[in-house]
Design a protein around this ligand. Structure first.
Ligand code: ARG
Length: 467
């Protein structure tokens, strides 16, 4: 190539592109993965062309037969992807035209602009379905560990300081909530992807008598009642990259969630915490220090979240300054979207695998949660029940904590006379609050870590994600 003019758009050119420009401008190296969607689009588009009388039955049959052959060549890795033909669309068209010259009519009434927009929407529908199924597996694996560890308690933290006791189940169910919001996000995205832009042409539709609803139906762009869904502005349809941004965002939020759970697990797994043991299969050792077992899967998940968030930033930066409609910048949008998808696909499986193999070290958890200081708030609540205003109760318990620190004793062992000096209402049975069962059983409200609530939530989520 190089000197000859380009085969598909070269009519108005006297010289072909420079070798460097070919290398610079090609996208087939990364967009060839759109091939299954591009072939589906070719099938539907040509069926429509025949339906409106722009292709004969014989031409349609020849094209569809050829598409089958190309499909098989691609599946067998036998199609020779040629960067000189720029992208997946032109590679498929060129290869097809060689075996079925009738395919010279295939690009009637369409442009690569509406074609790539349509391929992408099919890709997003597929990607959302795949991610939704992986999220389901992940949820199941978190729910199982939560269920097994309902009776194990650990300190919950704010500012990474021990705050109040929670059950492991309650802590893990917080992540089930987060990932279920991801599920909702990807479901919405699937629905938003379900509109067919084909027929928008390069920018202003076509003068030919096409049937957009026909193509939309063929490609499954239909509502719940089977009614076709087609986009309603040809300029927006080819310029719009909202789905790319939304997909990038949904991936970035999901990655943020798995980064946070990873961070928790990394802490829990440290020698200092010692709450969990991680499965060997998802850890690695040190090449120097023989004693090490590092939580690599969790660290990589945390690291990859940075990359996935970065992809979103790239997409926004790419789109924000573009005038309507299609600009070649947009060819780059696939790199980030594919990368985020591939990484999310890997990450969700690695997270599910690691969580499934996590074991809680009950003795260490019991020790950590036995700190009576964790129930200081419960003591303030107890004082409130004795008629003390919360602010005074908070102040009094604060003084108790200070006294315990001074005497170097646990909070529940502050001598009675000191307690009464601090607050006259600290008579009676105040030490009864330092009992974990009491602490949990009194937390009955929706969303609290009491055992009845945990059972209810586990039930609810098990129904949603089928254990
Ligand atoms: N490979 C191109 C892309 O992904 C297809 C659209 C090309 N359109 C054009 N006018 N050059 O953006």
């Amino acid at each position: 190539m190089g000197k000859k003019s380009q085969a598909t758009w070269g009519g108005r050119f006297s010289k072909g592109p420079a070798e460097l420009m070919l290398t610079f401008g090609e996208s087939v190296s990364f967009d060839k993965r759109l091939a299954p969607f591009d072939i589906a689009v070719n099938r539907a588009h040509t069926a429509m062309l025949h339906h409106v009388g722009l292709l004969t039955r014989r031409e349609l049959q020849a094209i569809h037969k050829g598409l089958k052959i190309i499909e098989k060549q691609i599946a067998d890795g036998k199609l020779n992807w040629n960067p000189a033909f720029e992208d997946v669309h032109m590679n498929i068209e060129q290869a097809l035209t060689k075996i079925a010259p009738e395919a010279a009519k295939m690009h009637t009434a369409r442009s690569r602009n509406d074609q790539v927009a349509t391929d992408s929407r099919l890709f997003f529908k597929y990607a959302c379905e795949r991610i939704l199924s992986l999220l389901q597996t992940l949820q199941k694996s978190i729910l199982k560990v939560a269920e097994t560890n309902q009776s194990v308690s650990i300190p919950g933290y704010t500012h990474l300081q021990r705050a109040q006791p929670v059950s492991v189940a309650h802590h893990l169910l917080a992540y089930v909530e987060m990932f279920s919001r991801d599920v909702n996000r990807f479901k919405r995205l699937h629905d938003d992807s379900n509109w067919c832009p084909l027929g928008s042409g390069a920018i202003a539709g076509t003068t030919l008598p096409i049937d957009r609803e026909f193509t939309a139906k063929e490609l499954g762009f239909v509502d719940a009642k089977g009614k076709p869904r087609v986009t309603t502005n040809s300029m927006d349809a080819v310029a719009d990259r909202d789905l790319f941004l939304d997909f990038g965002h949904a991936c970035a939020t999901c990655a943020t969630h798995f980064s946070r759970i990873s961070e928790d697990v990394i802490f829990w797994n440290s020698t200092e915490f010692g709450y969990v043991n991680l499965p060997d299969a998802f850890c690695t050792g040190s090449s120097l220090m023989p004693q090490k077992k590092n939580p690599d899967s969790m660290e990589l998940l945390r690291g990859k979240s940075g990359r996935i968030i970065g992809n979103l930033q790239s997409l926004y930066t790419m789109v924000k300054g573009l005038p309507l409609t299609y600009n070649r910048d947009l060819q780059e949008d696939k790199v980030q979207v594919f990368d985020s998808f591939d990484q999310i696909e890997l990450c969700l499986q690695v997270l599910a695998g690691t969580i499934a193999g996590i074991r809680f070290n009950k003795a260490r958890c019991k020790d950590a949660v036995a700190d009576p200081g964790l129930l200081a708030t419960d003591l303030a609540d107890w004082l409130v029940e004795q008629g003390v205003a919360f602010r005074d109760a908070h102040h009094g318990v604060g003084a108790m904590v200070a006294r315990a620190e001074e005497l170097k004793i646990p909070l529940n062992q502050v001598p009675q006379k000191d307690a009464e000096t601090i607050h006259p209402k600290l008579k009676g049975e105040w030490r009864c609050v330092f009992d974990l069962d009491r602490a949990f059983n009194s937390r009955k409200g929706t969303g609290m870590p009491g055992p009845e609530q945990i059972k209810r939530q586990l039930n609810r989520w098990n129904k949603a994600y089928g254990s």
